[in-house]
Design a binder for this molecule. Structure first.
Ligand code: FUL
Length: 461
């Protein structure tokens, strides 16, 4: 039996690899860290950048121990100060006291990521409040040169973060004025994306609406409960978002694969401020439940302090968070168990229900072409106390499921314990703990015949 035809749009290989990352970190670090600002005006002297004990390996260790699979560093934020000795400006670490002007934060960052098995990504702010030519064609050339410099000089980059923010006023080489640009045309983003693609073909490119991954529409750590990995990105150039909920939900009939990344900071600000503290543990866990558990990737910002290190209390918080997540999902009671379905595509064992518990990410259960509703039951083999389920669609064939329910068998009754809409890369739903030996997924609606790659049922920790 042939596999189901793809239900378009479908993800590219680089998007598929990105989906699997689930959780990675952001590092906001620059002159703002030392001036206590969120958006530096652009007139900061490089002499203020003076971390006393910068340790990129400590950042990577903290990220790895938190369960992150990568890190993204602000190579240049809106203030224009460059964390690497760029050939194209004097406004960089080269003129800072740190390491006598001989240092390169981007280099130390990518080396530390490599050492700790993390993917490295870069943020390069299009808006530059320092540059005298900002707002004119010469600045776009400068930005392009810097992008090329970063994407050719620092090894493999997994994500390039194109920020849509454009505040207007700035230092601009001493002009101290407001410069408005037309966000749709000024930067010529399509040309910048082509450059990034050519230099780093495996990197995903982030901006408000892609081209590879989209913004979730808020910085609070929340994806919408219905979250499609597809949308109509047309009309949303970076910095021109008019409806944040459109980004949060995605679009059921979307023409392009544009999954959402949820960016949020562990602290109130993106940069370290001495008077701020990291979020409480339960808040962090809630963010996980509203991002990773809704099929998005979570980009959690962990800002280094004035020493150039992640503060101890942040590290403790990240560790506690990891312990909670690991404990919740330590035991998948469905792994390797038998499963049955209301139907199997062409009765072909290649698409059998048990493909959802076989641990193989390449296999999946599929229904017949005309089917839009189906049930799949996993037999846990013994009475087990369970309180969460994880579902995954087989994304290479597109996102299909639009409505489902989860039932747990208690005595001889099926108890509906969770309902949901989209699944996509993953959907994790918790429910009050129940002792059972059978769990059933009811797919109630789908855009095309449904597929499921994985069903995990978690035993109470
Ligand atoms: C925003 C920026 O203005 C913030 O400073 C921060 O970098 C955040 C991740 O993106 O657009």
């Amino acid at each position: 039996m042939q596999p189901p035809a793809p239900h378009f749009p479908v993800p590219s290989d680089r998007q598929l690899r990105w989906h699997a990352l689930e959780f990675y970190g952001f590092l906001h670090f620059t002159v703002n860290t030392f001036t206590d600002q969120e958006w530096g005006y652009g007139d900061e002297s490089p002499s203020v950048f003076n971390p006393t004990a910068l340790d990129a390996r400590q950042w990577a260790r903290a990220a790895r121990d938190a369960g992150m699979r990568g890190l993204i560093l602000t190579a240049k934020h809106h203030d224009g100060f460059c964390l690497w000795p760029s050939r194209f400006t004097e406004h960089s670490v080269q003129h800072s006291p740190w390491k006598g002007g001989k240092g390169d934060v981007v280099r130390e960052f990518v080396d530390a990521c490599a050492e700790y098995g993390l993917k490295a990504g870069l943020y390069l702010s299009p808006w530059d409040r320092n540059h005298a030519e900002y707002g004119r064609p010469a600045y776009v050339e400068y930005y392009r040169n810097q992008l090329e410099e970063l994407l050719t000089g620092y090894g493999e980059i997994f994500e390039v973060w194109f920020d849509g923010a454009n505040g207007g006023d700035g230092y601009y080489g001493g002009a101290r004025e407001t410069r408005r640009i037309d966000a749709r045309t000024y930067y010529n983003f399509p040309a910048l994306w082509a450059l990034a693609r050519a230099r780093q073909p495996n990197a995903v490119l982030f901006s408000d609406a892609g081209p590879d991954i989209r913004w979730v529409g808020n910085e609070a750590g929340y994806a919408s409960a219905t979250c499609w990995a597809k949308m109509h990105p047309g009309g949303i150039a970076p910095g021109t978002v008019d409806d944040v909920n459109r980004l949060g939900r995605g679009e059921a009939d979307g023409a392009e694969w544009r999954p959402a990344e949820v960016d949020v900071s562990l602290r109130p600000g993106w940069f370290y401020h001495p008077r701020e503290a990291p979020r409480a543990l339960d808040e962090l866990v809630a963010i996980y439940d509203a991002s990773v558990a809704r099929g998005c990737c979570l980009l959690l910002n962990i800002p280094p302090d004035r020493r150039g290190r992640i503060p101890d209390e942040d590290i403790a918080r990240l560790r506690a968070f990891r312990r909670v997540i690991d404990a919740r999902y330590a035991h998948d009671a469905a792994a390797g168990k038998t499963a049955t379905a209301s139907e199997v595509r062409g009765d072909d064992p290649a698409f059998a229900a048990a493909r959802v518990t076989d641990g193989n990410p390449e296999t999946y259960w599929a229904a017949n072409d005309d089917t839009r509703a189906a049930t799949l039951t996993v037999d846990l083999g013994e009475a087990t106390r369970v309180n969460a389920i994880r579902l995954e669609e087989y994304l290479p064939l597109g996102q299909r499921v639009e409505r489902f329910a989860v039932d747990v068998r208690v005595w001889d009754q099926w108890l509906e314990t969770a309902i949901g809409t989209t699944i996509g890369a993953r959907r994790i739903l918790a429910f009050p703990a129940l002792t059972t030996s059978q769990v059933r997924v009811r797919i109630l609606g789908a855009q095309a015949c449904p597929t499921l790659k994985r069903v995990a049922v978690y035993a109470v920790a």
